[in-house]
Ligand binder design. Structure first.
Ligand SMILES: *[C@@H]1O[C@H](CO)[C@@H](O)[C@H](O)[C@H]1NC(C)=O
Ligand SMILES: *[C@@H]1O[C@H](CO)[C@@H](O)[C@H](O)[C@H]1NC(C)=O
Ligand SMILES: *[C@@H]1O[C@H](CO)[C@@H](O)[C@H](O)[C@H]1NC(C)=O
Ligand SMILES: *[C@@H]1O[C@H](CO)[C@@H](O)[C@H](O)[C@H]1NC(C)=O
Length: 375
């Protein structure tokens, strides 16, 4: 291997480390007007508007304000509480891992809700927020937990407990949860022992696991993946998207008809990507910070069959030009392109200090190699 190709490899590995570590601190959500909210992008938060404006020129609105979480955790997740037009953010503050930050999308303000985790592990879980009850259901370490957000769009002074609901038999022995919500039922996909197209269902209102799996056809693959429920303007979600880790297709499961649609898979096949859906869009955030969307028509299967993914470049461009790690010596698509927590003001900085020092060490090493190569 020539010195320059090993240098390129080293440089690529530096870049992938930068991208992965920073992009995963961001998360996407919608408000109830179906404006796309992008949190933790270059240390800022943005309202990107509704789907019809995503391809037009102009900048997303900067909605960064006080009280926001630092978005310094690796696995921030966002949930929309539709009745209250509030976004609940978990895992966005490493100094307070169990905190739930609440963004009141009407008042455009933040508050921090403390929780009592008990046996719930805030560093390892998968969750849905139930539409009607505003209760979280989370699978963590094989146990199903719930946490009742009541009517909150502003935090209360009292910590809210994560309650142990039950230990479902299917969740034993290392099941990696794939969870989706539709019709007040929590759907668990890729459960060990189930076939393609089958889901194990937890019925929220009766707090029990249906003994028999439900079949949806045509069958989606029995694979790990990500899921996101499509909202309706009012009422519970009835369809959800499932994206297998290989990104081969976007499956939409309709729990009213027990049928599925197979739509275009995302252009970026990234098993670490996260997804969020509105009424008419599925958005993808990849681990390098790229945001793309697939338009969705809840009533037209033919329209969906024609739909394709597009990048929301106004968000990517803005993040590139707005980042502190902007450097003319970086090729495009490097650390400057990815969301990062580097500009979050007033937050606990130890995590990103560690991260920054790792990067500095790597860049120093690369520079050393470059000097050697030139000599
Ligand atoms: C910052 O976080 C570190 C570890 O997460 C913790 O030890 C430290 O006390 C925190 N500092 C402040 C000022 O919150
Ligand atoms: C983030 O997610 C990874 C993969 O699930 C997990 O191993 C890690 O413990 C999580 N970290 C935190 C701080 O949540
Ligand atoms: C969907 O499946 C369930 C249970 O298997 C059944 O009760 C229901 O009638 C089915 N719905 C339709 C529209 O076929
Ligand atoms: C980033 O770099 C570009 C090109 O060098 C420059 O035009 C732009 O002003 C820089 N942005 C910041 C925030 O430094």
């Amino acid at each position: 291997m020539s010195p320059s190709s090993s240098l390129s490899l080293l440089f690529l590995s530096v870049l992938s480390l930068v991208s992965f570590a920073s992009a995963s601190s961001a998360c996407l959500a919608f408000d109830t007007n179906w404006d796309l909210l992008a949190f933790g992008f270059g240390g800022k938060d943005f309202n990107v508007g509704t789907q019809d404006s995503w391809s037009s020129s102009g900048h997303p609105t900067d909605i960064t304000t006080s009280g926001r979480p630092p978005f310094d955790g690796p696995n921030a997740t966002c949930y929309l509480s539709q009745f209250f037009n509030a976004v609940y953010v978990l895992g966005a503050d490493t100094s307070d891992a169990a905190a739930i930050y609440i963004y009141d999308a009407t008042a455009k303000s933040w508050s921090k809700q403390e929780t009592t985790p008990g046996n719930f592990n805030p560093s390892s879980f998968n969750a849905i927020l139930d539409h009607d009850t505003n209760v979280f259901y989370a699978l963590s370490g094989g146990t199903l937990f719930s946490l009742d957000m009541g009517s909150l769009k502003t935090a209360t002074g009292n910590p809210i407990p994560w309650d142990n609901v039950q230990t479902p038999a299917f969740a034993a022995s290392g099941y990696q949860p794939v969870m989706a919500l539709a019709q007040n039922h929590v759907h668990f996909l890729n459960v060990p022992g189930l076939s393609a197209g089958q889901a194990q269902i937890f019925v929220i209102h009766f707090s029990y696991v249906q003994p028999n799996p439900q079949l949806y056809q045509p069958a989606f693959p029995a694979s790990h993946g990500q899921a996101a429920s499509f909202f309706l303007d009012s009422g519970v979600q009835q369809q959800f998207a499932f994206i297998p880790d290989d990104g081969s297709a976007t499956w939409v499961i309709n729990v009213e008809t027990n049928t599925t649609q197979s739509l275009a898979g995302p252009s970026s096949k990234d098993p670490k990507a996260t997804y969020f859906a509105s009424t008419n869009s599925l958005v993808q955030l990849t681990s390098d910070g790229t945001v793309s969307f697939l338009p969705f028509d809840g009533t037209s299967t033919p329209a969906n069959a024609q739909a394709s993914w597009s990048k929301i470049s106004k968000l990517s461009n803005l993040v590139q030009s707005g980042s502190t790690s902007n450097s003319s010596s970086h090729p495009s698509g490097t650390s400057a392109g990815a969301p990062s927590a580097s500009k979050s003001a007033g937050s606990n900085s130890s995590a990103r200090m560690r991260f920054t020092s790792d990067i500095v060490a790597l860049i120093t090493f690369v520079s050393g190699c470059l000097a050697v190569t030139l000599v």
